[in-house]
Design a protein around this ligand. Sequence first.
Ligand code: ADP
Ligand code: ADP
Length: 227
Amino acid sequence: PCLLRLRGVDIAYEDGRPAVSGIDFELHQGESVLFLGPSGCGKSTVAMLCAGLIPEAVEAKVTGEVVRHPSLDAPGAVGYVFQDPDAQFCMLRVDDEMAFGLENQGLARAEMAERIRGSLAQVGLAGQERANHAVFSGGMKQKLAIACALAMHPRLLILDEPTANLDPLATRQVFTEIARLARAGQTLLVIEHKFDALLPWMDRVVLFDAAGRVHRAGPTAEVIREE
Ligand code: ADP
Ligand code: ADP
């Protein structure tokens, strides 16, 4: 099904200046979509709207048509991984950090433990439940942030420049994880400047221009060929 449909959407923050204008965008279940464009062109703004964070958590004026599938409104239905994982961690131990989000889903303890075990294994952090993530490398922290989101079984996972603060090796590890998720049919919205290695795994690309408009959008091969 269609999870999200935006038609002629404008978003302006409090200063009133439009951050993005005239955005048309559709996201279907199982698709992976890459947002590209210069810094400040509004990629995060549109992603946050897709996540339901605008205007709930971040104040901004939204006009135009926004249709979100009702399944996206359940707790944890949209996972959002930011470029700085430390900014979103609030517990010290890995399992406590992961349980923090799961508690809002009202899961039984055994189910929570199983989700934590399974998600850590998925991202290559098997057995790290009792570790303190402060000692993790940047790549491990970002994989933990992805595991936290995956444990919620999100219908949509948004990765917003997940490798911005990572070295090349950690970047490769995160890209491998994104490829695995895309192959597994996870619906993905990815913002990433170092996108070459990701292109084979992305179904569609939305290319923004500096003014916050969609410059080009379509199947990955078409958009990249025409640029
Ligand atoms: P990006 O790496 O996506 O370009 P930025 O560094 O522009 O991100 O923004 C980092 C954070 O600062 C984001 O949470 C964003 O919402 C916020 N932010 C960016 N521009 C402004 C602004 N003009 N006023 C207030 N907050 C802003
Ligand atoms: P990108 O993700 O492409 O770097 P953003 O969506 O972060 O772009 O930002 C788009 C525009 O909106 C920028 O001009 C930025 O400064 C502005 N902006 C982002 N967040 C905020 C905010 N919280 N308050 C005011 N302006 C913001």
